[in-house]
Structures are given as structure tokens and as C-alpha cells.
Design a protein around this ligand. Structure first.
Ligand code: ZN
Length: 334
């Protein structure tokens, strides 16, 4: 499959802007007001391993009964106009912010997944891409092994959405990669991609629908649907943030320190956090309006409530940070 076709399969519809991550002086300690500061015991122990730039790699935040593991799946180099749209990709200021100095420069975006591990359960959020489609991705299993996790221990996979760079890792050598896991996604997402009308159509969306259908056919009864908002595990909720795809979900995880919001592909690049109106131009009509609405809504909520925010492709891995009141994404210096 030609490289550009791969691109189309990847971030489907994501036209965003990116910028290099900004320095942050914030630590992983809770950022609540002083009078509400949680006790010292809520500060997680942070460990990491692997090649943090290209993967495989992991970053883990651990408390007594909870471990959150950010897992590097690798990444993909995109033509800037695919991610940004042609106008923004040609804008000198945007290109400078993204470090795109030459006309042929590509934009590298990391791919990631996240595990929520308790004594009773291991939940995985997204599964990364298949290496057959994305030659520099598909490193999830290696990253899990570095973190001391196995595919066999995963009992639940929650998909933020069903694009190929999030579901490709569900299958390994034609078999379910997580043989003991149920695979959860929103009903709207499931029904959109498995719509016969879409699967039989033409174009990028139809091509992706056929990929989803083929992948889900291999997974059979493991596929399960849920209507958000819904609690998928104790302390883990799936909430709707529609737009990037028709049934895109956000996963909220309660930790002893603060909430963590995994927002999937809501924000593809830090530039879109600051300027949501530069939203992905490839997303069609009505969905573009929904995406814009949710980008502003989630940004405002994040600024008000101060959660950790994880987004699948925000550079650099581990794509975890906070959104400050000045509308700026600040990556944590893990
Ligand atoms: Zn994605």
C-alpha cells in the first residue's frame, strides 16, 4: 500500500496543527490549590524504560493499588498538509512552531496506548496500529513487556475510537492479540463503521470501514458495545466526545492524585489546544462542528478542573500533560 494511502488510513480526518511541546515547571504532584492539596502519599512513583523518542517504551505512574502505564506504540511521519490542512501547512508561523524548516519536512506523531492496572484487573485504552500499515508503529507488545505487562493479563480493552491506528494492534498473526479481553467501544462508533452502506461505498471512510469490519470479524464475540456515559471498571468511565469520529469516547480515570482524562484524538497537536478553531479541516460538515464544540468544551473543563490529560498523538510520548488557563498544553517533564 502506498505511503500516502497509509496516511489516509491513519489519522483520518485529523487536520490539526502541532507545535513542539513547551517546557513545564510542573511536577507530577497534584496541582490543586494549597488549602486542598492532597497528602504526600498521593504522589505517584514514576518509572520509565525503553526508547522514549521512537519506542518501544513506557512511563508508569504507580500508587499502592493502581498503576497507570503509558505505552509507546511507535509513530508515523506525516506530510504536514495531511495533518494540518494545506493552508496551515503553508503558514510560516505554524511551520516554525512545528519545527518544519524545509518544504519536504514530515511531521512525526507518536502513537500510544495506556494501561490501567489494579490488583484485580488490567484495562487497556486503545491498541495502537498494525505494523503492516504503519512500519514504525506496532510496538505495543514490546512496550508492554518492558513495563512487565503481558497481553494475556488484559481483561478489557476500551477503544476511544476505531481508526486503524487505534485498533490494528487488536490482532496478531490473524488471531486476537488479547485473548482474554472483551473489546469495548461506544455503540455509535460500532454502528457507524459496521454500517453496510458505508462498507460498500468508496473513498477513505469506506476503506477504513472495511478495515474495521475485517478486524472485528476476527475478534468475534469479544466485541462489546456501551452507551456512554458508562462506568467500564471501578473508577474508570467512558464519556462521549463526538467529532473526530461519530462515536469517539473519552476515558476518565480516578487516581489518588487527580483525575486523568484520556481524550484520544480530540487534540492532535498542542497548537489545537491553543487554537481549537484550527480544527482538522478534513472532518466533514456536521461532525466538524461537533468536534469544534467538544474541543472548546473539554479545554474549558480541563482548565477548570485541572486533570492530567493524555492525548494519543500529542508529541512527545508519553503525551501526558495539563491544559493551563492560558489555553496552553504543557507536557509533563517525565
Ligand atoms: Zn489516532
Amino acid at each position: 500500500m502506498p505511503p500516502f494511502r497509509l496516511l489516509n488510513l491513519v489519522l483520518c480526518g485529523a487536520l490539526s496543527s502541532a507545535c513542539s511541546p513547551r517546557d513545564s515547571r510542573e511536577s507530577l504532584e497534584p496541582r490543586a490549590p494549597v488549602e486542598d492539596a492532597p497528602p504526600e502519599s498521593t504522589t505517584p512513583v514514576v518509572t520509565r524504560g525503553g526508547d522514549q523518542a521512537r519506542g518501544p517504551a513506557f512511563v508508569a505512574l504507580a500508587w499502592d493499588q493502581l498503576r497507570i502505564v503509558l505505552l509507546h506504540d511507535g509513530g508515523h511521519a506525516y506530510p504536514p498538509d495531511f495533518v494540518l490542512g494545506s493552508d496551515l501547512a503553508a503558514d510560516p508561523a505554524a511551520r516554525a512552531e512545528l519545527g518544519l524548516q524545509n518544504p519536504g519536512d514530515s511531521l512525526w506523531l507518536p502513537y500510544s496506548a495506556m494501561a490501567v492496572v489494579t490488583p484485580e484487573s488490567t484495562l487497556l485504552i486503545d491498541a495502537g496500529g498494525a505494523r503492516s500499515l504503519f512500519p514504525e508503529a506496532g510496538r505495543l507488545a514490546e512496550s508492554m513487556a518492558l513495563a512487565g505487562l503481558s497481553r494475556d493479563q488484559v481483561d478489557t480493552v476500551v477503544l476511544t475510537h476505531a481508526h486503524p491506528d487505534h485498533i490494528g494492534g487488536l490482532v496478531k498473526d490473524g488471531e486476537p492479540a488479547f485473548p482474554h479481553a472483551r473489546i469495548l467501544l461506544t455503540k455509535d462508533e460500532h454502528d457507524h463503521w459496521l454500517s453496510p452502506e458505508l462498507c460498500e461505498g468508496d473513498g477513505m471512510e469506506a476503506e477504513m470501514a472495511r478495515y474495521v469490519a475485517a478486524t472485528f470479524a476476527l475478534l468475534g464475540p469479544a466485541i462489546d458495545v456501551v452507551v456512554p456515559p458508562a462506568e467500564v471498571m471501578n473508577g474508570v468511565k467512558l464519556l462521549p466526545i463526538v467529532g473526530h469520529t461519530p462515536g469517539h469516547g473519552m476515558v476518565e480515570v480516578a487516581t489518588p492524585a487527580r483525575s486523568l482524562w484520556h481524550v484520544g484524538d480530540l487534540f492532535l497537536l498542542p497548537l489545537f489546544v491553543t487554537s481549537p478553531d484550527l480544527r482538522p479541516a478534513t472532518i466533514p460538515g456536521e461532525r466538524a462542528a461537533l468536534l469544534l464544540e467538544d474541543m472548546f468544551r473539554i479545554r474549558a473543563l480541563a482548565e477548570e478542573e485541572g486533570p492530567w490529560v493524555v492525548a494519543s498523538h500529542l508529541p512527545p510520548f508519553p503525551s501526558l500533560g495539563t491544559i493551563a488557563s492560558d489555553h496552553v498544553w504543557r507536557s509533563h517533564p517525565l
